[in-house]
Design a protein around this ligand. Sequence first.
Ligand code: FAD
Ligand code: DHB
Length: 386
Amino acid sequence: MTTERVQVAILGAGPAGLLLSHLLHLAGVRSVVVEARDQEYVQARVRAGVVEHGAAEILREAGVGDGLDREGLPHDGIELRFDGEGHRIPMADLTGRHITVYGQQKVVRDLTERRLADGGDVRFACGPAQVHDVDGPEPSVTYEVGGVGQRIVADFVVGCDGAHGAGRVALGAAPVEKEYPFAWLGILAHAAPRITELVYANHERGFALYSMRSNEVSRLYLQVPASDRLEDWPDDRIWEELAVRFSLGGEPWEPTRGEIFERSLAPLHSYVGEPMQRGRLFLAGDAAHIVPPTGAKGMNLAIRDVSLLAPALAAQLRDGEESGLRTYSERALRDVWRAEYFSWWMTTMLHRFEGDAFDRRVQTAQLRSVVTSQAHSTALAEAYVG
Ligand code: FAD
Ligand code: DHB
């Protein structure tokens, strides 16, 4: 077993871990990022698509917003479609802010390139790392490469290793969580989007979302039962179901079709592990909390968490100033719970739940209120643009 020392050991090279490492570097703090999977896998993983206003500002201020400004698609509104009608929520008019459609893959690519260009220590393909001794003065991370054990002793360990990582286990918090009885089937297709703004559709048969990655690539989602498998959804069935759920004026409304080159299933749930700290272990991003994707908040929260954590770690390590770290969890959780609320609200308002006619009528009444009351649509827009 080899042992080394570093100021901050970070688990996970997703958006949270990479940005934290970059922000610490800017503040003169040395970190090592230990990632279970290889670089190719991490960069190919397709997930989020919406970067909110605040998260874009954080990336720009950190000098890693060029790709977002060059290739991202600024969106000033979204459409809510229900009862066969489309209603635009003019987010930019209501809030003065907009969102940017920019794939998480690109955020991860930009951050990885920047870390490596700056000589950052990002170690891919380490297998699942483990966390030890977080309650003592010398917490550590261990992993194995080629049968040889590696040990990193750190002043602080940060778990940015997502929902199934070691950080969450080491925290040992009793979670507050909620399961939803459905999943999202997501596809990427080589097809010019038929829309210029995202469409969130509530239909009798379930939720559908029309998004994009570029002017040539469409990103589409369907609510499906949690028990469905990808084999249950051949291409034609996906396109036909999308056309029905996006219906306008009683007529099917079909997205532009194209070759489907990526597909995945993601179950929906909400989860918060509180507090986001134990001793010298801190958590950020999906390791600490999960939101259902309907509000497009997950990656944005991960970015916000580390924008709070990085200066707090730097202040402690450089100046012995500990108030930032002491209050990190409390400050982060305020935004987390606001996002949990918004994501739960969007999910319950837009998805089809089994059987209850009363709930279904209330859903439609809520949607009507959102699209007819400026106060209600402004509340949605403010939460959405962040
Ligand atoms: P992750 O991206 O999960 O990164 C964690 C990393 O840790 C991974 O690379 C993993 O391999 C690694 N790891 C795991 N265990 C270990 C270990 N033991 N040791 C070392 N490494 C480990 N969010 C939005 O903001 N906007 C959206 O539009 C949006 N849409 C979404 C759509 C879908 C279908 C899904 C599934 C998610 C969506 N999200 C969205 C959520 C977003 O993708 C996540 O919130 C985001 O990936 C969180 O980043 P993270 O860095 O915390 O975790
Ligand atoms: C995308 C994902 C979301 O969860 C969402 O609410 C909007 C867009 C996307 O992948 O483009």
